[in-house]
Design a binder for this molecule. Structure first.
Ligand code: THU
Length: 161
């Protein structure tokens, strides 16, 4: 038996000012996007802002539905839009901001499993890392350098050949 350890470096920042200028700006756009989320049921607001290699920024926010499973998370709204609008442009970074209308979210939230899988698809497609930066309404900011860090052993197209 062989035991393999899978680990990654999570970067933790105390304030937005510790990020690079462009990362801070991207997160501020994610916060703006968050404020336009359509979340009348959960009251949990999520905004995502994606930086592309051509310097374009694509945003998304969660879109809920009275038929709950028909809604979609912010990250997938954003990444599908990036894929639709700029299919040949590399995705560099996704900034994600969360808050709630019912309580203070004082820590970052990482993308849900479905969103991780969706982002992993694009990381594999472009064969380069997509960094994820996460923030709550307050508190510290997390960054991981690659989606793969938070979805190790991901399923992907290589299994379908
Ligand atoms: N949500 C996201 O937008 N992204 C995630 O990664 C987790 C959850 C949304 C979906 C739903 O509208 C609300 O947050 C509560 O689950």
């Amino acid at each position: 038996m062989e035991k393999r350890r899978i680990s990654f470096d999570l970067l933790v920042f105390d304030t937005l000012d510790e990020l690079s200028k462009s990362e801070k700006a991207l997160m501020q756009i994610a916060v703006e996007a968050r404020e336009n989320a359509y979340a009348p049921y959960s009251k949990f607001m999520v905004g995502a802002a994606i930086l592309l290699a051509n310097d374009e920024i694509v945003i998304g926010n969660n879109q809920e539905n009275a038929s709950y499973p028909s809604g979609l998370c912010a990250e997938r709204v954003a990444i599908f839009q990036a894929g639709a609008k700029y299919p040949k442009v590399e995705i560099k970074t996704i900034a994600i901001s969360v808050s709630s209308k019912t309580h203070i979210v004082d820590r970052p939230a990482a993308p849900c499993g479905n969103c991780r899988q969706a982002i992993a698809e694009y990381e594999q497609k472009q064969n380069s890392s997509i960094a994820i930066i996460m923030m709550g309404a307050s508190g510290k900011i997390f960054k991981c350098e690659s989606l793969e860090d938070i979805l190790p052993l991901a399923f992907g197209s290589s299994y379908l050949k």
